[in-house]
Design a binder for this molecule. Structure first.
Ligand SMILES: Cc1cc2nc3c(=O)[nH]c(=O)nc-3n(C[C@H](O)[C@H](O)[C@H](O)COP(=O)(O)OP(=O)(O)OC[C@H]3O[C@@H](n4cnc5c(N)ncnc54)[C@H](O)[C@@H]3O)c2cc1C
Length: 285
């Protein structure tokens, strides 16, 4: 069995969940909350490592498991953040829990954003809605590393109240990250641009041949971003997408997340666009 994980716990036994306590719950946008979890076993807590873009399976006994990106700083050792939208069995049940309650964590799993290879490059992070949850860890990593030439975050949401992590933008900007937001539908509170996140791309591509795109959101949005970026001179090999597919085992056994010849849980979720462009064009793969 080939298991693409980097955490010590998952390398030992990818099926084993570890208990964690909810330390804090931060409301983000309507129906979306960030849970700071502390692994209860101090040894597990010490050994747990993840890379930006990886995910955990959060398990609630008697209810089920859901794949959720780890959205905290990969250098953080105390707690693990997960930003969750309540949409179904597990996530609705999570929304009924409070600080001090217990959840089970299995992971980390999957491929990370290639943030360790960004020396001297312009990195443009493009996020649709909750997609930013999978990229927050990459933003925090790049802010700390300071190895790339520039970091730009382009974040689009349907409405202004769907923009994620708004309270953190000042800190990101203070650390040199350019943050631009756009919404599909404005309301009275909004004075920024209205349109699609791709509308923000042109102004952010100063040197396309030295630019890497990290994109997460609905498939049609990601395909639009990839095409627009490549059309403006970004190399196909420098565009990375994070796919979301229903998954159950997270270790390439059950086949639920099969995507052509790939298993999104093992070969993804982060994949180079050049590897999946053809598959994305086939409906219902
Ligand atoms: C790699 C990866 C990372 C992810 N990261 C995050 C993250 O950071 N945050 C986040 O919130 N989500 C994330 N997700 C998505 C999350 O895993 C899914 O939303 C998951 O299905 C939620 O589990 P659930 O049990 O709450 O929902 P489920 O009960 O599985 O329901 C999920 C959806 O399916 C619909 N549904 C359920 N049952 C049926 C049915 N019988 N017929 C028709 N429709 C049905 C529900 O209405 C809902 O829209 C990620 C997914 C992947 C693959």
């Amino acid at each position: 069995m080939s298991v693409s994980v980097s955490g010590a716990a998952a390398e030992k036994n990818p099926w084993r969940s570890h208990t964690a306590r909810i330390c804090t719950i931060t409301p983000e946008t309507p129906g979306v909350r960030t849970y700071e979890l502390e692994l209860e076993d101090p040894v597990e807590r010490d050994h747990y490592r993840f890379a930006a873009g990886q995910f955990n399976m959060l398990y609630l006994p008697g209810i089920g498991e859901a794949a959720i990106s780890v959205s905290s700083d990969p250098a953080g050792r105390d707690t693990l953040a997960h930003t969750v939208r309540a949409v179904g069995n597990v996530t609705d049940a999570l929304a009924r829990l409070g600080p001090g309650d217990q959840v089970f964590v299995r992971g980390p799993f999957g491929t990370p954003w290639p943030v360790a290879e960004m020396l001297g490059r312009d990195v443009v992070i493009v996020a649709g809605g909750l997609g930013l949850a999978s990229q927050r860890a990459a933003i925090l990593f790049l802010m700390a590393e300071r190895a790339c030439r520039s970091v730009t975050v382009l974040h689009g949401a349907k409405r202004p109240d769907g923009l994620l992590y708004g309270r953190e933008y000042d800190a990101w900007r203070a650390a040199g990250v350019a943050v631009h937001t756009i919404v599909n539908e404005a309301d009275a509170s909004w004075s920024g641009p209205v349109g699609l996140v791709t509308d923000l791309l042109t102004d952010s591509l100063r040197d396309p041949s030295a630019t890497t795109i990290l994109c997460c959101g609905p498939d049609p949005m990601m395909m639009g971003v990839a095409k627009a970026a490549i059309g403006r001179g970004v190399a196909t090999r420098d565009v990375f997408l994070s796919l979301e597919r229903n998954m159950a085992c997270a270790v390439a056994h059950c086949g639920l997340c099969q995507f052509g010849p790939l298993f999104v849980c093992r070969d993804g979720p982060v994949l180079p666009y050049e590897r999946i462009a053809e598959l994305l064009r086939i409906p219902q793969v």
